[in-house]
Structure formats: C-alpha cells, structure tokens
Design a protein around this ligand. Structure first.
Ligand SMILES: *Cc1c(COP(=O)(O)O)cnc(C)c1O
Length: 379
C-alpha cells in the first residue's frame, strides 16, 4: 500500500451531513452555504466569510474585489501554487514576485518591499506550508492604497501572535481552499474572509455573475423579481453538498491540526541528525503551525533530490515537490519575460525540497516506514 503525501479524513458524521443535504430541498444556493459561511467566519474571528467553488475562485474574487486591472501590479511569493499569482493575471494585472526568507520560507516586509513599485495595488503573502507569514510587518511597510490578501490555503487553523489566520486583523481579505489535501476537505471549495462589508458585497456579486437584487443598490425598481448585473462575474458558487461536507469537517479542525503537529514532532525527533536532510522551519512559541506540508531540504542539490524522490516512489512513499517558483513556469516566462535568478532563495529552496507524508490519518506505522526508509536511503 502506497503512502501519499496528503489525504482527506472523512468520517461517518461527514457522510451523514452530505446525505442529509441530498435528502433535503436544496442541492445548491440553499441554507448549507450560509451555515458554512457563518461557522467559518466565527472560527476565524472575522465578521464575514464568502464561500466559493474553489480556492482559485476565492483568489480571483478577492483580486477582483481589490479592484486590480490592466496596468496594475500584484506582488506575491515566488514560492507558492501558481493560483496565488494567476488571480491577478486573470484580471489583466501583472504578477510580480518576492523572494522568500531562507529561515522561514515565507516572504517578509523586506522581500516584499524589494518587489513593490508605483503600480503595485495588491500584495498576496502566502502562509507557506502552514507557517504564518509576518503580515503585520508587511502591512506596516506598505502604502495605504495597497490591498493585502492573505493566501491561507495552507494555514487554516494556524495563528500568529494571538491572531487567528483568517481574522484579517492585518489584511483586507484572507483566502482558503478546501481541496482534499488541505486542512479540511469539501471535495472542491474555497472561502474569503473579510472585515469590510463593501468587499463582502463585491465578493458575493462576483460569485454569481455580478448580479444583485439588493434593493438599496439597484439602479431602478421594476418589481420584486428584479435583479441586475453590476459587474462581470462568474458562476463561482459552492453547492450545498460541498458546504455541508466543509462545515462538518470544520468541527474537527482543531483535532486535525493537533494531529499534524504530532506527526511533525515525530518527524523532528526521528529524523534528527539524518545525513543530507535539513528539517523545516518551526513556528515561534506564540504561534501555531498548521503543517499543511512537512518539507525537508536535500542539501545534495537537484540531482540528489531527484534520485531520492524516485527511490521513495519505488518503495511506495509518494513524496511531492512544492513548488517550482511560479515565474519559472513557461507561461510566466513567455508572457512576462521572467528568467532564472529572479528570486535566488526560492530557487535554492526548490532545488532541494521534498514534501513528506503529513496528514491526520497517517498511522504511526506508516510514518515509521517513511522514517526508516529515509534513514536507509540518506544516512
Ligand atoms: C491549493 C492552493 C490554492 C488553490 O486552491 P484550489 O482550491 O485548489 O483552487 C491556492 N493557493 C495555494 C497556496 C494553494 O496551496
């Protein structure tokens, strides 16, 4: 049996929650969406949460709500899933990239500042692997007219210096993903949290074709049926089926994050001193790591990492590589002319990174197999 790097944990309560929706009145746009949003907002400590059909849709909506467009620039981490940058490109804005700090693998106020220019309208810090990034420092270093969107696809359940990720204490919006490998699964799904009622309205319209039937914002009143399209939106709605699963999973979030931290602690203990492998950054004492990923660095470089990846896969341990620096994807190079060397720390990181199996359902036995195999291949 192969051991994947990530996997959902679905129990009978989750299954029952989905079945209840299937037996009910609504499959989409019913009460389960609002219930999920309300519970999620409460959990994050933000007044508003708006659900989307994916984390990518959530990022697209957040970038739209920020008002970014052609001629504007967005700055995000070089080390992230491409969706963190694509959301600006969808709207005609130009994605720029900030390098990571070698000791945290996150962007910092300094690395962001080095990539910000007069056209920067949006900055998207990513809480990489689940370790909270210093958003309060980043905010303090930016001009008032820059919108900060935290990409928290890795960091649901984490907190930094007493601030829950998603509370938007130092940002305008925070986005999440409910893809099965993330902290909670909805099948597909995403969320944006915010403290700003106007951003919430823009997010909600964007999710549903740009339509509104809110009496107070309509240009005219033609009757109770009347709705009008005020923006160019999409169908980015989350179904009641997905929402019910997401909400049921959310009830177990604390337990899941605890289990991920137990797994990380076990890796730290049992891989201590292993040749060629460096263990990932830890969270400071006042913060909580969500450990979406537990990533080791192979100091032997690109070829050694490639070999180890192959040997582990041959033995059924399905490690992964997260991520190629976004600007090195051919589309980014072709469109924006990016070249290797732009973010040296992200490139150095990429040459050695390997994500080990880390998810709530990973058994002690399977983790032991991963550890023993690594000692076998690396010692
Ligand atoms: C998973 C992920 C996304 C996109 O989420 P989807 O739900 O898969 O669309 C965005 N950003 C980061 C950093 C991610 O890991």
């Amino acid at each position: 049996m192969a051991v994947p790097y990530g996997h959902q944990a679905v129990d009978d309560a989750d299954i029952q929650a989905v079945v209840d929706v299937l037996r009910g009145e609504w499959l989409t746009q019913g009460p389960a969406v609002a219930a999920f949003e309300e519970t999620f907002a409460e959990r994050c400590g933000a007044p508003y949460a708006v659900a989307f059909s994916s984390g990518t849709a959530a990022l697209h909506a957040a970038a739209f709500a920020a008002g970014i467009g052609p001629g504007d620039e967005l700055v995000t981490s070089a080390l992230t899933f491409a969706a963190s940058a694509n959301c600006g490109a969808y709207l005609g804005a130009t994605p720029r990239f900030a390098d990571i700090d070698r000791s945290t693998w996150n962007v910092t106020a300094e690395t962001i500042a080095a990539s910000v220019g007069p056209r920067t309208r949006v900055v998207i810090p990513v809480h990489f692997a689940g370790l909270p990034a210093p958003v309060e420092d980043i905010r303090d270093a930016l001009a008032e007219n820059v919108t900060i969107i935290e990409d928290a696809a890795h960091a649901l359940g984490a907190h930094r210096a007493g601030a829950q990720i998603g509370s938007c204490r130092h940002s305008h919006m925070t986005t999440f993903s409910f893809h099965p490998v993330k902290a909670i699964a909805a099948g597909e799904g995403g969320m944006v949290t915010t403290r700003d009622p106007q951003l919430r309205e823009r997010l909600t319209r964007f999710r549903n074709h740009g339509l509104t039937n809110d009496r107070s914002s309509l240009t005219r009143d033609e009757g109770a049926w009347y709705a009008e399209q005020q923006d160019l939106g999409f169908n980015y709605r989350l179904s009641d089926i997905h929402s019910a699963l997401g909400r049921s999973q959310l009830a177990k979030l604390d337990r899941y994050i605890e289990l991920r931290n137990v797994i990380a602690a076990r890796y730290r203990e049992s891989l201590d001193g292993i040749g060629d492998l460096v263990l990932p950054p830890e969270a400071p004492a006042d913060s909580l790591h969500a450990y979406h990923l537990f990533i080791v660095q192979h100091c032997g470089g690109r070829e050694a990492r490639r070999r180890l990846y192959g040997e582990l896969h041959e033995r059924g341990i399905l490690v992964q590589v997260h991520y190629l620096p976004v600007y090195l994807h051919p589309w980014y190079r072709r469109l924006y002319g990016y070249e290797p060397g732009l973010c040296p720390e992200a490139e150095r990181y990429y040459a050695g990174c390997l994500s080990l199996p880390c998810f709530p359902g990973l058994t002690e036995e399977d983790q032991r197999l991963v550890v023993d195999t690594l000692w076998d291949l690396c010692a």
